[in-house]
Ligand binder design. Structure first.
Ligand code: ADP
Ligand code: ASP
Ligand code: MG
Length: 450
């Protein structure tokens, strides 16, 4: 089973979800807010080693000592899920998805237990919760399962008794009693779904960057932190590759009105609030630049230009649960067409294999591909009412002599596919072409990254 990271609209309706609360914006630790119920999620870098787990424990303890109730969600120690994944892939070319989930979920079991111990060492009562102990029910789509229902009674009883729950993120329980996982980066979704279900006052995604930036600050030095961003834009950025938030977590937050904030685990600050569109006073034309590195494109050239061909090509790909992103068909004068589409790079070989017999049966001229491409996108709700965004993007690419291989647009985004070699250059030039940066990189105090 392949997880369609980019796909949105996949959030299952959560049963038993609490009525949305009013947004308690501006709830920042240490600022004297009244007692609140907060879900705090800590990512892999934040719990990267024992010393960091102890720092996270102190941070949670600070919230508790300020009078807040906290439900903690943790990711695996940074790099651990990759390590487990690599182990599984050594056992089989196509490892069993259910056993892969049992394997991958182990990382969060370790970090949740360690963090609970860290809290106890500080004199707080705490306990770890694995998905099956809550339980956190999902569907049975292993490696990209969707949360369907979370039992809140045991967790809330624990909170009420003063025992802070430390929930293993990323994992779930299928109806068949198997361990599932939510797709890479899915602990964000665990946290937001939990926050929705318990009607938390705020869901805080505590990470290695102090908010959502106009572009990945690892690539663009003068990227600017956004104090606020709309759900709609954040969903688009996340779906187009900005991994600061898992796309489904943003979707949950929008659907269930969860106040969602991204902030640094180790640096003070208000981070970025993900907010409803009409709360923003002005809508910039472009709010951010996103990129996705792991893309691949496949072209079937010289296919007959007749009805039904697109379905014959894309049909088998979809049935194999492989997510197709952009699709372009160029019609030639001789009644033949070239059909090109993109898939995730991990699905490249499987897709080519799948299409070899289709290429033969259509008597197409050739089947070819390129798995060294990347997608770069600009996103902004303001572009709805402004023409010329695509033109400005094309000008910026032309000025850098970057060839655009494919283009796709929607109401609030323009995406282009380029050679992977030009990815960073493309991101930086778009960031500057749309005037997104700080006036000077030197004006920023310190690095946004932990
Ligand atoms: P965690 O392990 O805490 O879940 P992730 O690595 O998943 O953290 O996400 C944080 C990373 O997201 C940052 O280190 C940063 O490189 C990257 N990132 C990509 N785009 C953005 C953006 N627009 N704003 C902030 N960070 C971004
Ligand atoms: N540990 C999982 C991963 O690395 C989930 C997460 O970090 O959110 O993808
Ligand atoms: Mg993450």
């Amino acid at each position: 089973m392949v997880c369609a990271e980019q796909a949105v609209g996949l959030v299952a309706p959560l049963s038993g979800v609490a009525e949305p609360t009013s947004h308690q914006v501006g709830l920042v630790l240490g600022r004297g807010a009244d007692m609140a119920l907060i879900v705090q999620k800590y990512g892999g870098t934040s719990v990267g080693d024992v010393e960091r787990i102890q720092r996270v424990a102190r941070r949670v303890a600070t919230s508790l000592e300020s009078g807040h109730q906290v439900i903690v969600v943790v990711s695996a120690i940074g790099g651990e899920t990759d390590r487990l994944d690599a182990l599984g892939r050594q056992m089989a070319v196509h490892p069993d998805a259910q056993e892969m989930d049992a394997l991958l979920a182990a990382g969060e079991q370790i970090s949740s237990a360690l963090l609970a111990m860290g809290l106890m060492a500080l004199g707080h009562r705490a306990r770890s919760y694995l998905a099956h102990q809550i339980p956190m029910h999902t569907d049975a789509q292993h490696q990209c399962a969707r949360i369907e229902k979370i039992e809140t009674a045991p967790l809330m009883a624990s909170v009420a008794a003063g025992v802070t729950p430390v929930v293993a993120g990323f994992q779930g329980l299928s109806e068949a009693g198997r361990i599932t996982t939510l797709g890479r980066g899915g602990s964000d979704t665990t946290a937001v779904a939990l926050a929705a279900t318990v009607a938390a006052d705020e869901c805080q995604i505590c990470t290695d960057v102090d908010g959502v930036y106009t572009a990945d600050p690892r690539i663009v030095r003068n990227a600017r932190r956004l104090a606020r961003i709309t759900f709609e834009e954040m969903l688009e950025l996340a779906s187009l590759g900005s991994k600061v938030l898992h796309p489904r977590s943003v979707e949950f937050a929008g659907k269930y009105n969860v106040p969602l904030r991204v902030l640094s685990t180790f640096k003070p600050g208000e981070g970025t609030l993900i907010t409803m569109e009409n709360e923003l006073m002005e809508e910039p034309i472009v709010s951010g630049v996103a990129y996705a590195r792991n893309e691949a494109k496949i072209t079937m050239s010289g296919v007959p230009d007749v009805p039904g061909v697109a379905s014959k090509i894309i049909g088998p790909v979809g049935r194999a649960q492989i997510e197709v992103d952009m699709i372009v068909q160029n019609t030639a004068a001789d009644g033949l067409a070239d059909f090109t589409f993109t898939v995730g790079r991990k699905d490249y070989d499987a897709t080519l294999e799948l299409l070899k017999p289709v290429c033969d049966s259509l008597s197409a001229r050739a089947l070819s591909g390129d798995n060294r491409i990347a997608k770069v996108s600009v996103v902004g709700v303001g572009m709805r009412s402004h023409a010329g965004v695509a033109a400005r993007l094309f000008d910026a690419m032309a000025a850098e002599n970057i060839n655009i291989q494919m283009i796709s647009t929607s109401e609030i985004k323009v995406s282009v596919v380029v050679d992977e070699r030009y990815l960073e250059l493309a991101v930086r030039s778009l960031h500057s072409a749309f005037g997104l940066g700080e006036p000077s990189a030197g004006e920023r105090e310190g690095s946004p990254l932990a």
